[in-house]
Design a protein around this ligand. Structure first.
Ligand code: DX5
Ligand code: ZN
Length: 227
């Protein structure tokens, strides 16, 4: 089967040296770089904006998987494209016109994703399934790293796997929040094709990044073999 994408969330990185941290996770085997953007309004935390992302862009060639936890969102999309995002994910609740937002993202030449909060039904993406490149299932409430995986989201992941396969859409199914070597196997078995991991990648400091990513890949391989 296709290799699962691992997208470390730099929310758990050392913000005093983000460029170096990105080079380290690139070397450690990250497939994508997950960038969490928070506005202190849609979620109760604040992180970084497009200027920082632009500055980080020179530190890796790996795709920037930009998760926008901001509302309203439309007015800011272009700035994130200019900053170097390869994929922009917006929350289903981020604006009144999800389809329009997705059209805007794709019209600017980048991939478009929709994020679903734990209480958001999976059916929200059904009408736009052919207008997206990725679905991001939040397995914690957005806003903070280091939270515990919500097991009830596994059914949602499985339902979305059914939706994607049923209509033959080319959509990545990514899961974000509390993903570690203990939960990754269940997430894979439910049908995910990409994992975001913050705490699980950055715990232990730079010397542990490669073994942390390898540990996630090993958990995925044993879950795959047990399948
Ligand atoms: C939460 C963010 C996640 C978070 C994941 O709002 O979207 O990307 O950083 O962190 P862990 O892996 O620590 O749950
Ligand atoms: Zn995220």
């Amino acid at each position: 089967m296709q290799n699962t994408i691992i997208s470390p969330s730099i929310l758990s990185a050392d913000f005093a040296c983000l460029g170096e941290e990105i080079r380290r996770i690139d070397d450690a085997g990250a497939d994508w770089i997950h960038v969490d953007v928070m506005d202190g309004h849609f979620v109760p935390n604040l992180t970084i904006g497009p200027n920082v992302i632009k500055a980080l862009r020179t530190h890796t060639k790996k795709p920037f998987d930009v998760h926008l936890m901001i509302s309203p969102v439309d007015a800011f999309i272009e700035a994130y494209v200019d900053a170097g995002a390869d994929l922009i994910t917006v929350h289903a609740e981020a604006g009144p016109h999800l389809h329009r937002t997705l059209q805007l993202i794709r019209s600017l030449g980048v991939k478009a994703g929709v994020a679903l909060n734990p209480a958001t039904p999976w059916q929200v993406v059904e009408p736009v399934i052919h207008d997206i490149d990725l679905i991001l299932v939040m397995s914690v409430n957005p806003g903070f790293g280091g939270q515990k995986f919500i097991p009830g989201q596994l059914d949602k992941i499985a339902a979305l796997r059914g939706l994607i396969d049923g209509c033959g859409a080319d959509v990545v199914l990514e899961v974000d929040g509390g993903v570690n070597a203990d939960t990754a196997g269940d997430v894979l078995a439910a049908g995910a094709t990409a994992l975001v991991a913050g705490t699980a990648v950055f715990t232990g400091g730079p010397s542990a990044y490669a073994s942390n990513i390898a540990g996630l890949r090993a958990a995925l391989s044993s879950a795959d073999a047990a399948d």
